[in-house]
Write a protein that binds this ligand. Structure first.
Ligand code: SAM
Length: 249
């Protein structure tokens, strides 16, 4: 299935390339460390007996996933009250961080901000038509897919340390090098270095997507590095972008 939301850096156009490179050996646990819209998780097969973990540091995003997992119908009802307008968009940007909102109210406001903003940046109101009703209908199916997924809200270091085992597969899609400010988290140059150091030392397997930058190629020298091409999915539809898929197997 597809994800139910757009997301900055979402892997809608690269998900088949990534899943096509998953290892053939038995994998007991699958961990998506930088979850976002989860384009890979939603597209991948849900194998019986395999533990699946979905993580992101963004609290509002993870609250949305948890509310859909446990209270999808309540989120749907909450969305019934929302109107698409520039004024409500700016009201929700403010209200989402005010104490006193319930988790379900925060979840529906965040879904609204993602859907109604330009390029899902949650900051600027998009002038194109947005249909919340179609997304609302998908939530029960999303709830089923998430029913056995462990949802975490931690930084990458602790997730990698806690879930690393011999038969683990980590899929990692960190903020791109020199594009870290697209997200609310403070991902720094040291984080790119720290992530590389952690991945060099794990027992399990990893598959990592990155922007095609000489610095990243140098950082991961010695691992399997492939250049793949995708078309831009935002402003310039005809432009092709090269990205990297890096693996330790
Ligand atoms: C490129 S996006 C992931 C996109 C995702 N693969 C998809 O298909 O939608 C990177 C994600 O990393 C998250 N992130 C940033 N810093 C993080 C950290 N220190 N630990 C875990 N997640 C982090 C961001 O919130 C963002 O959702």
């Amino acid at each position: 299935m597809n994800s139910f939301i757009p997301w900055i850096g979402g892997k809608k156009l690269l998900r088949k390339e990534i899943i096509g490179r998953f290892p053939r050996d038995k994998i007991d646990r699958y961990i998506e460390v930088f979850g976002g819209a989860g384009w890979v998780l939603f597209y991948k097969e849900n194998k019986t007996g395999q533990l699946e973990v979905f993580n992101d540091i963004d609290e509002n995003l993870i609250n949305l996933y948890r509310c859909i997992k446990y209270h999808a119908e309540a989120v749907q009802k909450e969305l019934d009250w929302l109107l698409v307008s520039r004024e409500t968009f700016h009201d929700y940007k403010r209200l989402i961080n005010v104490d006193g909102c319930t988790d379900i109210q925060r979840a529906s406001m965040y879904l609204y901000l993602i859907k109604v903003s330009f390029g899902a940046d949650r900051k600027s109101f998009a002038t194109s038509s947005k249909n919340i009703d179609n997304t609302k209908k998908l939530l029960i199916e999303v709830q089923k897919r998430l029913s056995s997924v462990v949802i975490e809200n931690k930084s990458y270091e602790s997730i990698i340390k806690v879930y690393d085992r011999e038969n683990a597969l980590f899929y990692l899609d960190p903020p791109y090098y020199k594009a870290e400010s697209c997200y609310d988290s403070k991902f720094t140059e040291e984080d790119h270095i720290n992530l590389r150091a952690l991945l060099g030392d794990i027992k399990g397997k990893f598959i990592l997507s990155y922007n095609n930058d000489p610095y990243i190629k140098e950082l991961y020298k010695g691992f399997c590095i492939e250049e793949v091409i995708r078309n831009n999915n935002l402003s310039n539809k005809n432009k092709e972008y090269k990205e990297l898929i890096i693996r330790n197997y």
